[in-house]
Design a protein around this ligand. Structure first.
Ligand SMILES: Cc1ncc(COP(=O)(O)O)c(C=O)c1O
Length: 360
């Protein structure tokens, strides 16, 4: 029988590698997922809004969800002063990234990725046959890019897509809306995908949504700030023609009824984010001080997560996992000697810090 192979792009693409729990790994170690304190995922550690519980009661299970997520889009349109056609809701930002790749990448198009960064940009476009052009940040500069270096790379490469994770995962560094506007205006043939999945974790950080440029698409996640990662919810904001193209490649009903109901309830609870994010900022100060006291000097980060150089990150991670503590090994970001940790509740941070004191 002849073998039926998938497309070559698929054969050459690695499986995705992320933080969060690896259920199979935990089963092998005989640890239940509920026992782990997970510092490898950058979500709000204070849990979802109390409104979520009630919203779950309202979910209609035996009816297809609204394919257009209309109520949620109306709420978002109101919040950001946008037209409905400028917003699309997705099954997490991850789905939206894939829609962008599917809608805009033609074989051999170039896509610019500023590394180290979230791995799904490269994965999604390479599956569509793009050539990935990676611009590496320098460790000596604490992984901060100058605007000029990005301009020069864009000039040289002239990519069809450029991904900017803002704030960046895993480093927590940011670019100002002025920089984003300058890049987008100087390179009108490139579609800039600005991933603001973690923007709420940077106090008072302005969004690029209000720039409203024709080659700017902003991705936002609701899974991290609202602590609803299990539900999967994100949205993209951009010019209506770009949003219309994303709609064409979207699988039907990808945003389920529970996600829509919970997303809306979370947005409506205007007290939730200020309360929990201010607790998180205090918690970060305590956590960071603990790291410095141990001589594990994290790199400057504007978010509640940060990276630190530890030598062999894989070994470091597995040592901690035995104690039911999980940190992110940054090897898949191209940083095999760094870990990434996200701030959790003060009492959880203390558990990690005291364990580190023992073993480090
Ligand atoms: C930078 C970045 N963007 C997007 C995502 C995916 O977010 P979502 O849970 O909304 O799919 C992640 C998840 O880790 C991320 O780190």
């Amino acid at each position: 029988m002849p073998k039926i192979n998938p497309r070559p792009e698929i054969q050459n693409t690695l499986l995705d590698q992320h933080g969060a729990l690896d259920f199979k790994e935990l089963e092998n170690l005989g640890i239940s997922p509920d026992e782990i304190i997970d510092f490898s995922v950058n979500s709000n550690p204070f849990g979802p809004s109390p409104a979520v519980e009630e919203a779950l009661q309202r979910v209609v299970i035996d009816r297809y969800p609204d394919r257009e997520s209309l109520s949620l889009r109306k709420a978002l349109a109101m919040k950001f002063d946008l037209k409905l056609e400028e917003i699309i809701v997705g099954n997490g930002t991850a789905e939206l990234l894939w829609l962008v790749a599917m809608a805009f990448i033609r074989p051999n198009d170039r896509a610019l990725v500023l590394s180290p960064t979230f791995g799904e940009y490269a994965r999604s476009v390479s599956l569509m046959g793009a050539q990935i052009e990676t611009l590496w940040a320098r460790e000596e500069k604490n992984f901060v890019f100058s605007e000029k270096i990005i301009h020069d790379a864009l000039e040289k490469i002239s990519p069809r897509l450029a991904f900017i994770c803002n704030p960046n995962n895993p480093t927590g560094i940011t670019h100002s809306p002025e920089t984003i506007a300058s890049l987008a205006k100087s390179h009108p043939k490139t579609l800039f995908v600005i991933d603001e999945a973690y923007i709420q974790f940077v106090p008072k950080m302005p969004s690029s949504i209000s720039l409203g440029l024709p080659n700017l698409l902003i991705l936002r996640s609701m899974t991290k700030d609202y602590a609803i990662a299990g539900i999967r919810l994100g949205y993209a904001v951009g010019p209506s023609d770009i949003i219309a193209s994303l709609k064409k490649v979207r699988p039907p009903w990808s945003v389920n009824a529970a996600a829509q109901e919970i997303g809306l309830a979370s947005l409506m609870d205007t007290e939730y984010l200020p309360r929990t994010l201010s607790l998180l900022r205090k918690s970060k100060e305590q956590f960071l001080a603990g790291f410095h006291n141990l001589g594990l000097n994290p790199l400057p980060s504007e978010t509640h997560y940060f990276i630190a150089k530890v030598g062999n990150a894989a070994k470091f991670r597995s040592q901690l996992l035995k104690y039911k503590l999980q940190v992110r090994d940054c090897a898949s970001f191209g940083l095999p000697d760094h870990i990434r940790v996200a701030t959790k509740k003060p009492e959880e941070n203390e558990i990690l810090l005291s364990r580190l004191k023992e073993i480090y």
